[in-house]
Design a protein around this ligand. Structure first.
Ligand SMILES: [Zn+2]
Length: 128
């Protein structure tokens, strides 16, 4: 059972909460300027990280207030909660660097047909 720390009520079981999707998805400043692809990006595409994810939650059977949480999608640990309008806390996933190392270590040993020396494989799949 996940324990979520409501910013107003304190720690409660996850069954008291509802998930509201990714946090910090801002409405377009000029919606009339968007083409169909940009609208689709805004409406349907969300981050899907393995690691820290900013999410909206509502304490639906408690205070009924919305808040944001930083949850590690790898471990399900809720790393921080903060009220709407407050800045996102700077929390790093303790697992992301290990995962990046794992990706690199699985790529590098398989080198019979690897790129020429000096070339690098860039990107670990991490978002900025
Ligand atoms: Zn609450």
């Amino acid at each position: 059972m996940l324990i979520i720390d409501c910013p107003w009520c304190g720690p409660r079981q996850e069954t008291e909460f509802g998930y509201g999707g990714q946090a910090h998805v801002a409405y377009p400043e000029d919606p009339y300027a968007l083409d169909d692809a940009a609208w689709a990006e805004y409406l349907f595409y969300r981050d899907n990280p393995k690691g820290v994810h900013a999410e909206r939650w509502v304490h639906s059977v408690g205070c009924r207030r919305w808040f944001n949480a930083l949850r590690d999608t790898h471990t399900y640990d809720v790393l921080a909660v903060y009220r709407m309008g407050e800045p996102r806390p700077d929390v790093a996933s303790p697992h992301t660097p290990q995962d990046s190392e794992l990706v690199q270590s699985t790529v590098v040993p398989g080198t019979p047909e690897s790129p020429a020396p000096g070339s690098t494989t860039s990107g670990t799949g991490n978002h900025p």
